[in-house]
Design a protein around this ligand. Structure first.
Ligand SMILES: [Zn+2]
Ligand SMILES: [Zn+2]
Length: 193
């Protein structure tokens, strides 16, 4: 893949959002067909994500007695990441985040974020290598802090190294404001190139 085929920053934010929206719709209907999910409502999109994550999937958890169900699927994307690596965003970040939503749609919240259910969507449905590392919002002109990805039952979170160290040393427990679950460490994002 030639990442330089689209010069960074050559598109307006409106064009970027239109292309991401289109990629989401295509991947969403492909996954719904593949798994026979019928007319699962499309996730709502917003483009307000900043920082090191290129995309983020989220949902609300509803309790039905003992059972938990996920609803209100949403996807957030980082336009800064898109401007730097547009092809990665469309070909990798979009299916990566949609795969998270498909997993909770099929199995409910509680699967490991990049476990076998998620890998199945990436490989079997999208025909992609299931890389769990996120494509990064690399900003060459700016020093970016180290970043640690944690997960609850409803989304992934990016934590600073200060918070990560507090957790590591057993000094703090962080919980998700949306679902109340304790945040669990997933991966460290590598240093920016
Ligand atoms: Zn992920
Ligand atoms: Zn949560």
């Amino acid at each position: 893949m030639n990442k330089m085929s689209t010069p960074p920053g050559s598109q307006t934010p409106e064009e970027a959002m239109r292309l991401i929206r289109q990629a989401v719709q295509d991947a969403w209907s492909q996954a719904c067909r593949h798994y026979g999910l019928g007319a699962l409502p499309e996730p709502t999109l917003d483009f307000s994500l900043r920082g090191r994550m290129a995309g983020q999937a989220g949902w609300r958890v509803r309790s039905l007695g003992r059972k938990k169900q996920a609803q209100d699927f949403r996807l957030r994307f980082n336009l800064e990441a898109y401007a730097l690596h547009p092809a990665d965003m469309l070909d990798d970040t979009v299916p990566h985040e949609i795969a998270h939503l498909i997993v909770v749609a099929r199995f409910g919240p509680g699967c490991k974020p990049h476990g076998p259910e998620w890998r199945d969507v990436m490989e079997d449905c999208f025909g992609l290598a299931p890389r769990r590392t996120h494509q990064l919002a690399l900003t060459p002109a700016r020093t970016v802090e180290r970043c640690f990805i944690y997960a609850c039952t409803c989304r992934e979170h990016q934590l600073t190294s200060i918070r990560h160290q507090r957790i590591r040393r057993g000094r703090r427990i962080y919980t998700c404001k949306a679902c109340g679950a304790v945040l669990r460490f997933q991966e460290e994002l590598p240093d920016p190139i």
